[in-house]
Write a protein that binds this ligand. Sequence first.
Ligand SMILES: [Zn+2]
Length: 183
Amino acid sequence: MTVKSCICPYCETLVPEDTTICPGCQEDVAGLLKLAYPHVTYYDEALELAEQGELARARDSAYLSLRLRPTYRPSLMLMARLNAREGHWETARQYADMAKELEPDDPELDELRAEIDEGEKQQEAARHSEMMDDVTARRKAAERFLALHQRELAQAALYGAILGGVLVETARWLIQSWMQRKS
Ligand SMILES: [Zn+2]
């Protein structure tokens, strides 16, 4: 569980951060912590789902966590990241800004905000290059078509020339034979 340190309810020893085993009496206080911090439980669940790629369900859990504790920073940040991952840039920024409002001096939150902006920029660039690829592909197809067309035109011109030549020859032959007959 991702929780701050707490006091063991059995022996009143301080249980440090990132463990649920009391160093005083070796009791596992995880169950109690879950009851005491349900928003953390939802956050942990959301994190696990996000790691499994279950983004929609992860968002549901993070949302529940924030319903219980609207100022829980890890859930706000996770919500920002989940929304960014799905391209919901505006929502992502809103969650990042909410976290920032709570802790204005935290550089991690500036990084998160920058990550979101950068992600959006990259997506825009990718979309743009896809569009360019499309234009390039169409232009290439058109050029190929044009090349084919030109070859056909050249062929037609050649046939025309040959045919023209044949006609001229025939005409000459006809005139010649007509003149021969006349003389
Ligand atoms: Zn204890």
